[in-house]
Design a binder for this molecule. Structure first.
Ligand code: DQQ
Length: 573
């Protein structure tokens, strides 16, 4: 440990190159030889059922798809170290989105078009049931260009080997198109309209205006840029990993093929904002005759909706035509220091795949862990309906608290001490940091203490606070408070927060939390708002982790249902 810390501190301060992307390439750190003996056998932070490879750095999910009944997940991977470096596409397959089998590296430097790295991209299934990948390659001049790849043998159920089309790159910056060669990346899944023409988006920026460039093709090989982007928004910076897909307006949890248009669907445009590392989305109308998108609420910046208000980035959806779902995958980066990552021997996980659909309001998406995860649940414990008085804390015994799935619902009835909401409280994350777990309010904080040590020296608290606004409406704040998550001082312990658009009196307040050693993935308001946190307790590990339900407000709340399951380990690597 001491040796690694010394090495890291000696190396900090030089050797870092910014490749005009969201990742730093530190040639020194990434090339430190990494003897297996340096990886600790004691791995309290390895997840048991979240996706992660055995070792090294991972980031964005790439090209997810279901093909002939098998799920394929590709991902950005550094095979040589625990920090980002020019990536290859690693590959795993699954029949249930939970248990994964590693496959050989699918894409690595092969031709000029990707000689300096194979960055993110997406899958499209072409007519004749042929899967095709479009991704960003870095050419010898480090320009970002778009590259087309196919499986070598579509009869191989695992699509183990891939090759790059000879005429790559298929989209590239030229003096005529004036595309910024260091901000041109991450093609979406393509969609095809009744004219038989494919469309695809590529993320970019012009100055500080974030933009989704639109390209068209008849044959998927020759692409022509449409003069106007599909959509742009000023001052939002580089748009990474765009995603554009339709959702049914019938508010049922079913998905729809990416090429679907019509009055029965709305469209979602998601972008990963490089400046803030947030995945934000809008819901709107795709005006396909005009090759344009008009969001219902006219902005695409930090005030837009987010998939996840915690540590979550570079997500991507795909349509599962077997189960008729749209499934969302995302990357949860570490919050630990590079020195700690080097000791662990790995960095980065993916969140549990989420089913996404449009809320009945039409104003936001609902996200819910895919039902396959429930096969890992065992030994449920339940707590009977009861009032949870202000100032109370109850331990939930009989569950493996470091590896659990918990569902809890609260009823709200005691409004006598409810606090007034101030109009100036516009930033929920800031509010959560000011009104943390230990700050008692009229109604809240109440929720769960996860990954808690017996004496509460460590815990990650996920909770609600309820306020009354001037218009007599209720405001529900959901927080994930990491400030006491670890006695280790080095991880980033930022608190996360979001306002949940529910009426707590009429609907109650629900929380589902997937706890998995170093990740706490929390779904509030039946999937309306999600917060993912990465935490590194030193005491609350393995069997020494505890789980509590608490109410640190003055008013009481009612527990209307509470079930917690121990979770089995998934087969991942
Ligand atoms: N990660 C990839 C890029 C993408 C970024 C490089 C987002 O393609 O823009 O590893 O995390």
């Amino acid at each position: 440990m001491g040796l690694i810390l010394l090495l890291v501190s000696l190396l900090f301060g030089y050797g870092a190159i910014e490749l005009h992307a969201s990742h730093y390439f530190d040639s020194h750190l990434q090339s430190i030889p990494f003897p297996r003996s340096l990886i600790s056998d004691d791995q309290p932070y390895r997840t048991a059922y979240h996706f992660q490879p055995v070792k090294n750095w991972i980031n964005d999910p790439n090209g997810p798809m279901i093909y002939n009944g098998i799920y394929h997940l590709f991902y950005q991977y550094n095979p040589d170290g625990v920090v980002w470096a020019p990536p290859v596409w690693a590959h795993s397959t699954s029949t249930d989105l939970i248990n994964w089998t590693p496959q050989p590296i699918a894409i690595q430097p092969e031709m000029d078009a990707n000689i300096n790295g194979s960055w993110s991209g997406s899958a499209t299934i072409l007519p004749g049931n042929i899967p095709a990948m479009l991704f960003t390659g870095l050419n010898p001049k480090y320009e970002q260009v778009q590259v087309l790849a196919y499986p070598k043998d579509i009869n191989d159920p695992y699509l183990k080997e891939w090759f790059l089309a000879p005429n790559n790159p298929v989209m590239f910056p030229t003096p005529e198109n004036q595309i910024n060669a260091s901000s041109f990346r991450d093609p979406t899944t393509a969609w095809r309209l009744r004219d038989g023409i494919w469309r695809v988006l590529v993320g970019s920026k012009t100055g500080t205006t974030g933009t989704s460039l639109l390209f068209k093709s008849k044959d998927f090989v020759n692409w022509v840029q449409i003069k106007e982007p599909l959509y742009s928004y000023k001052l939002s910076g580089m748009w990474e990993c765009p995603d554009f897909f339709p959702v049914y307006i019938n508010c049922k949890p079913i998905g729809v093929d990416t090429s679907t248009i019509g009055h029965h669907v709305k469209h979602v445009l998601k972008n990963s904002l490089d400046d803030t590392k947030h995945d934000i989305y809008t819901i709107g109308t795709y005006l396909h005759e005009k090759e344009a998108y008009v969001p219902d609420v006219g902005f695409m910046n930090e005030s837009s909706l987010r998939y996840d208000y915690g540590k979550y980035y570079a997500s991507k959806t795909f349509f599962d035509d077997v189960t008729t779902r749209r499934i969302l995958l995302g990357w949860a980066n570490e919050s630990s220091s590079v020195a700690d990552d080097m000791e662990k021997g790995w960095s980065g996980i993916h969140t549990i795949p989420r089913n996404v659909w449009l809320d009945c309001s039409g104003k936001q998406l609902i996200q819910w862990p895919v039902s396959e995860i429930e096969a890992l649940r065992e030994k449920p414990i339940s707590v009977p309906h009861q009032v949870l008085k202000g100032g109370s804390i109850i331990e939930l015994h009989g569950v493996t608290a470091a590896q659990a799935d918990v569902e809890i619902s609260f009823g709200i009835h005691d409004l006598k001490n409810i606090e007034k909401f101030k109009a100036s409280w516009t930033d929920p994350q800031l509010l959560c940091s000011q009104k943390g777990t230990s700050v008692s309010g009229g109604l809240g904080p109440f929720g769960l203490l996860t990954l808690a040590s017996k004496g509460l020296e460590e815990y990650t608290a996920v909770f609600f606070r309820v306020f009354k606004a001037h218009n007599n409406k209720f405001v529900v704040l959901m927080c994930s408070d990491q400030s006491s998550s670890s006695l280790n001082q080095t991880p980033d312990k930022t608190s996360y927060g979001t306002f949940v658009g529910v009426n707590p009196i009429r609907e109650g307040l629900s929380l589902r939390i997937l706890i998995d050693h170093s990740v706490v993935e929390s779904f509030g308001g039946k999937g309306k708002n999600v917060i993912t946190a990465r935490v590194y307790p030193t005491m609350a590990i393995y069997d020494d982790a505890h789980l509590y339900v608490f109410n640190n407000g003055t008013g009481s709340v009612r527990i209307t249902s509470l079930t917690a399951w121990s979770m089995k380990k998934a087969r991942i690597a």
